[in-house]
Design a protein around this ligand. Sequence first.
Ligand SMILES: *Cc1c(COP(=O)(O)O)cnc(C)c1O
Length: 358
Amino acid sequence: MSRFLNAEYKQLQAYTPGEQPHNKKLIKLNTNENPYEPSPTVSQAISEAEITQFRLYPDPDATQLLTEIAAYYNVEPGQVMVGNGSDEILAFCFMIFQGSGKKVYYPSPSYGFYPVYGDVFQAKRNPIPLTEDFTICIEDYKNLDGTIIIANPNAPTGIALEPQEIEEILLANQSNLVIIDEAYIDFGAKSCVPFVQKYDNLLVVQTFSKSRSLAGARVGFAIGSKPVIADLNKIKFSFNPYNINRLSILAASAAMKDRDYFRETCRKIVNTRQRLVKQMKAMKFHILPSKANFLFVRHDNISGKHYFERLRENNILVRHFDRQPTSDFVRITIGKDEEMDALLEATARILGEMEDRR
Ligand SMILES: *Cc1c(COP(=O)(O)O)cnc(C)c1O
């Protein structure tokens, strides 16, 4: 730490991203990336000619991308804004809707960035614990006095709320902004986007990082009422108007347009998830009911930490959160079928060794 850092950031605990290993041999199941390549239309969109255009700034409105997103969700382009990853949009939300002493409510555990942004922008953080079975109790979210942010499906549990449950929260918080982070919505849960036509206190945030295979392009988007979107654009234009680079605008627009490829890859991931659940249950794992592209699992015979470490020795990288109440679990991203076969094989071996030692 230098002597120049502002006092309010001296205690700040930064977000810890999952490891991005340089070892290419590792099977990477730790950061919920999509195992399938982006749509083939993405590489067609990024032609040599487009690279020569790199000397020019990108369209600050990202009009082409807004148009594709609006068409997909059947909303007006004025109800959509785009960010450099949905993380940037979430940061903007904390900056303008709940910073400086205003209250923010979110489930705990949930996405690790919510408390970090709360601290960066000096909000009053109010984490609401999950129930004992790791679900969100919607009664805990009624009649609050601050902004609410809920990941649906939640992370790292994968458990989803029904749209009607979120509607109850919206109705019971008409003076509060309710942000629904739908990073994993395309793997089997139902989106709340249709509610934006009815409730001006709803903002839905999504990303191209998971279901559209573009984590490296850094593109996220938000859909909400026009005034809320205008507020977000005001802060974007006061911070970084060119927040989406030229190639990412092209890549994300192409990915949004190719609905068949999107549906097909999501379907494959859901099928692989169902198969993995069945096979891990047969090995006596406890598995939370996931609607996401990952499973949160634990086993009575091995600690989360040990399972994580033993998998790593077998060149398989998963995620372990070494704090309560999640330290018994590991989070496993759904990969390709052959990657899941390698995981199952290593797991059987590891559990077998545990048996032998007893
Ligand atoms: C991955 C993830 C994000 C961030 O996505 P980016 O668009 O890559 O910034 C946001 N929220 C949750 C819950 C996530 O898991």
